[in-house]
Ligand binder design. Structure first.
Ligand code: C2E
Ligand code: MG
Ligand code: MG
Ligand code: MG
Length: 299
């Protein structure tokens, strides 16, 4: 689009661009400070099992897990969304420190839940990876270190990568295999956006495909999107992968993606991202009914 519009548009937008660049510079120096002074923190969004759940009765199988999402509480700006600073962190070399912070924080939190809450704790932890992290030499060792220090069982950790990243090159793919060799699993995030292709899914060493919100949000209004989700589930399953529907906001969407075969779901319909302190309470209210019922019967 920019190409078609030609050079004239750049002149028109120049002041805005300069302002944006200045803003980016601000964010960079402030992000450096934020990391040092502990303004970043992690919230957790439940990922729930859809199959075997009885959504009609309002019962959800909440035992699947949580996804860690970074937040920045800026002293003046308030809460800054990750899409406004992840890119900056990637460009200025802070993504390594930021990524390690999120991974270490989430792993320690997860282990603490397990130790204190036992059966009531989330069963799985998902953490987002950025393109730049995978490129850093020695990063796989850092992940191994964090797993060891926190006592996190690798099998309970899933790292999420985006397609553009995963498809990139052989170096990236071999790095992904190194990660899998640590015993953790990988998810392909935002599937359906970017350069996604069902035909190349088998090239990626991933265990889970996360179907992007842009598909899920239209599942109840567009036949085309239903067909695409169904095809994704079928191809993923035939490759031994499971699927998560992202961004479920309504009961109708939840019911449909469940009928289309998605194993898990995530979205505001179930829960917004939660503060660490609220996760166990949410799980206790929503999930584990089956477990509790079982325990009651045995008692
Ligand atoms: P993502 O990994 O695809 O995460 C899902 C995003 O969708 C989250 O936004 C979540 O709050 C939002 N979401 C979940 N359910 C719904 C829903 O029902 N409706 C709507 N409208 N949105 C929903 P968030 O937390 O703002 O994160 C945005 C993106 O930033 C993430 O997308 C991920 O790509 C990136 N990100 C977040 N945390 C990290 C991190 O620690 N490291 C890296 N590298 N990237 C991160
Ligand atoms: Mg994600
Ligand atoms: Mg996603
Ligand atoms: Mg997304």
């Amino acid at each position: 689009e920019a190409k078609r519009a030609g050079a004239a548009r750049y002149v028109v937008f120049e002041p805005a661009m300069r302002e944006r660049a200045a803003q980016r510079g601000d964010i960079e120096s402030e992000l450096r400070r934020a990391l040092a002074e502990g303004e970043l923190f992690v919230v957790y969004q439940p990922v729930v099992g859809l199959q075997g759940a009885d959504l009609v009765d309002g019962r959800i199988d909440a035992s699947a897990g949580v996804e860690a999402l970074v937040r920045w509480r800026h002293p003046r700006r308030g809460l800054v969304p990750p899409l406004e600073f992840i890119g900056v962190a990637e460009d200025c070399g802070l993504i390594g420190a930021l990524g390690d912070f999120v991974l270490a924080t989430a792993c320690h939190q997860f282990v603490q839940w397990q130790q204190v809450q036992g059966e009531r704790a989330p069963r799985k932890l998902a953490v987002n990876l950025s393109r730049a992290q995978l490129g850093q030499p020695g990063w796989v060792d850092a992940v191994r270190q964090i797993l060891q220090t926190s006592g996190m069982a690798p099998g309970q950790l899933q790292l999420e990568v985006t397609e553009s990243l995963a498809a990139q090159d052989d170096g990236v793919r071999s790095r992904l295999h190194e990660l899998k060799a640590l015993g953790l699993t990988l998810a392909l995030d935002d599937f359906g956006t970017g350069y996604s292709s069902l035909a190349s899914l088998h090239l990626l060493p991933v265990d889970t495909v996360k179907i992007d919100r842009s598909f899920v949000s239209q599942v109840d209004t567009s036949h085309h999107h239903r067909v695409l989700i169904e095809a994704t589930v079928r191809v993923a399953n035939s490759l031994g992968m499971n699927t998560v529907a992202e961004g479920i906001e309504t009961r109708a969407q939840a019911d449909l993606v469940r009928q289309l075969g998605c194993e898990k779901g995530q979205g505001y319909f179930f829960s917004k991202p939660l503060a660490a302190a609220d996760v166990v309470g949410w799980l206790a209210r929503q999930g584990h009914e089956q477990l509790t019922a079982l325990a009651d019967k045995q008692a």
